[in-house]
Design a protein around this ligand. Structure first.
Ligand code: SAH
Ligand code: SF4
Length: 383
């Protein structure tokens, strides 16, 4: 099979070009054609020698992902479903805002973590995406949007990337890092480290490796203020409990491009949304809780995500007033807290609704259906 040039970061492409007897600056030219200009046809790369173009045409390609569908929401959100073969499909979502355009990118077909409230988690895990399949989502979105929006040369459609699509990025570490480097590279997409966010459910050893290899902005999916509840909602917590996770966050901040970690907290009606949960969360991040005592205060922002329901979850979204009351407790304690606006609702493009199509090879979904979730009765909630 032809070599997929989207699999390479610039160093990888330079090594490949060297094997073809070409100097590094040729790799830079080629990389710029591919990522900055969206070219896939070597014949069009006019400043490359004809001999190199012929060599590339014979053994390499820029392998885009076939688009199964594209939906545009009333609010401008765009969702693409990409075919990744073998009956699997993954999604990417573009969210336009006044001052930025954020692309939410998938890292795996399905996910093995199996969080209770996540539609991807309910589908189970099929396989890791290759670097080229992660990058192809950005490549397609950026260049399709530039054409559609009629952007001038040098103008960008995607200004921010969040690894918050399908999959747990830190369980696909080897493919993730070259993809991140391509996003950051000045000859690639030129995104600053603070505009690329890796969101993780808490794979502690890989948080440390990311810090050393490619520190970008870090978001951590918390969802619960104590280990007992988090064990139920995010099964990975049984392996890496809160104390270890928070300690890893603090270590990460020594090298991070931002001086805080974003904690995501999905608001589930009657499960994790009481005043008591909010107070426990404050204690946790301030280092006063049992689980966090060893690590002290963690510089953080809190992002409350209204749960996006899907039928198999059996869970409900917290009422807006409950989310506000919860946010208030955090804010009163001096924690910067935002409530995420739900975008692209009408096209099922919101967080955790990304289902794609996955051939589950792990039966995570069966495990999830067997275990009922503990719901706190409404009367006990305000306390
Ligand atoms: N696996 C990574 C990144 C993908 S999920 C992680 O878990 O962080 C991206 C975000 O969407 C996470 O914070 C996740 O908890 C949240 N999410 C998942 N399902 C959701 C749902 N149904 N409603 C709202 N947010 C959800
Ligand atoms: Fe996987 Fe993230 Fe969904 Fe959990 S929330 S199942 S880690 S994609």
């Amino acid at each position: 099979m032809a070599v997929n040039l989207l699999d390479f970061d610039l160093d990888g492409l330079a090594a490949y070009c060297e094997r073809l007897g070409e100097k590094r600056f040729r790799a830079v030219q080629l990389f710029r054609w591919i990522h900055q200009r969206g070219a896939a046809d070597f014949a069009l790369m006019s400043d490359l020698a004809k001999t190199l173009r012929d060599k590339l045409a014979a053994q390499a390609e820029v392998r885009a992902l076939p688009v199964v569908s594209e939906h545009v929401s009333a609010d401008g959100t765009v969702k693409w479903l990409f075919d990744v073969g073998d009956g699997n499909a993954v999604e990417a979502v573009f969210i336009p805002e006044d001052d930025r355009g954020t692309l939410c990118v998938s890292s795996q077909a399905g996910c093995a973590v199996g969080c209770r409230f996540c539609s991807t988690g309910h589908q189970g895990f099929s396989r890791n995406l290759a670097t080229g399949e992660i990058v192809a989502q950005l490549w397609h979105a950026e260049h399709a949007l530039r054409r559609r929006l009629g952007l001038a040369a040098g103008e960008r459609a995607v200004t921010n990337v969040v690894m918050m699509g399908m999959g747990e990025p830190l369980q696909n570490y080897a493919a993730l890092v070259p993809a991140l480097r391509t996003m950051l590279d000045d000859h690639g997409y030129g995104l600053s480290r603070r505009r690329v966010t890796v969101s993780t459910s808490g794979v502690v050893p890989m948080i440390d490796r990311l810090r050393d290899d490619c520190p970008v902005a870090l978001a951590v999916s918390l969802h619960a203020p104590d280990d007992a509840l988090r064990d139920e909602l995010v099964p990975l917590n049984r392996k890496y409990p809160l104390a270890e996770l928070l300690a890893a966050c603090r270590r990460y901040l020594e090298r991070a491009p931002r001086d805080f970690v974003t904690f995501e907290y999905c608001m589930l009606d009657g499960v994790n949304d009481s005043d008591a949960h909010a107070r426990a969360l404050v204690a946790l991040v301030e280092g006063r809780a049992q689980a966090s005592r060893a690590v002290g205060r963690v510089p953080c922002k809190l992002n409350l995500i209204p749960f996006n329901p899907f039928p198999a979850s059996g869970l409900k979204r917290s009422p807006a007033a409950r989310v506000q009351a919860f946010a208030r407790i955090l804010q009163d304690a001096g924690i910067v807290t935002t409530v995420r606006k739900t975008r692209g609702d009408d096209i099922d493009a919101a967080c955790g609704q990304l289902a794609g199509e996955v051939r589950d090879r792990t039966r995570v979904h069966e495990r999830l259906r067997r275990v009922p979730i503990r719901v706190v009765p409404a009367a006990a909630r305000a306390g």
